[in-house]
Design a protein around this ligand. Structure first.
Ligand SMILES: [Zn+2]
Length: 243
């Protein structure tokens, strides 16, 4: 399969994640590259992230608030403004029913992105249902946002993005070169401090060894994904350009 490289830098990019931190894992370096070149970013996070702790006694209301602050800080670490829309569905219980598309359609029609990024809903053997549903919500909301007769009750003009990039792609066919932006991605991931243990395998934030191992993991992923297109470091996506 031929792998395409680098979309034109968008004016506005909207990224949809199931949970706080998914967008940084999937596309953080790409978003920071675009932000550095003048692209406006908007994060949309579908769930409240309230299951994102391995501590059975965690204060879940506090966890939700902490994770919102972390997500805003991650947006800023990428070079964005910290603008995040939280759709607030319960973590682990996301669905992709028609009615749930409305707030995402509204976000797309208001922000009018050139490029929308989200989870690949067709990734095989994925266990986490929120990632699957967030992916379906994203692609279904793009279709609804683009055509004028969907969700007229929103009172917002329809909008057709130029391209869709799906991260965690089952069959990647597009790579964004991200040389020079790995550290921004890693900084943005470290903004999600409540997730150090559960997603970054760091139980001691003062451990240079653990921090270093996580950095190496991310760098190795960027090298592997870049390698699909013969470039030094990249993030790989399934691209849909006939929106
Ligand atoms: Zn997630």
């Amino acid at each position: 399969m031929t792998i395409a490289i680098d979309l034109p830098v968008p004016t506005r990019a909207l990224a949809v994640g199931a949970h706080p931190d998914d967008i940084e894992f999937g596309a953080g370096a790409t978003l920071s590259k675009w932000a550095a070149r003048g692209c406006a970013l908007l994060h949309v996070v579908c769930t409240d992230g309230s299951k994102g702790s391995w501590d059975p006694d965690a204060d879940l209301a506090r966890l939700v608030a902490v994770r919102q602050d972390e997500q805003r800080a991650a947006s800023i670490a990428l070079g964005g403004t910290g603008d995040v829309e939280f759709l607030g569905w319960p973590d682990g219980e996301l669905d992709s029913a028609t009615a749930l598309r409305a707030p995402l359609v509204a976000a797309i029609r208001r922000f009018r992105p050139d490029v929308v990024l989200g989870h690949d809903p067709w990734k095989r053997y994925r266990l986490h249902p929120d990632h699957r549903h967030a992916g379906f919500l994203t692609v279904d909301a793009i279709v609804a946002a683009r055509d004028p007769h969907f969700f007229p009750e929103l009172g917002l003009a329809h909008h057709r993005p130029r391209a869709v990039l799906l991260f965690e792609a089952d069959e990647p066919d597009h790579v964004e070169r991200v040389d020079g932006f790995a550290e921004r991605k890693i900084d943005a991931l470290f903004a999600h401090r409540s997730q150090l243990l559960s997603t970054m395998a760091i139980d001691d934030p003062t451990s240079a060894e653990q921090i270093g191992a996580f950095r190496e993991r991310i760098l190795a992923e960027l090298v592997a994904q870049g390698g699909l297109a013969g470039v030094t470091q990249g993030e790989a996506f399934k691209a849909i350009t006939d929106v």
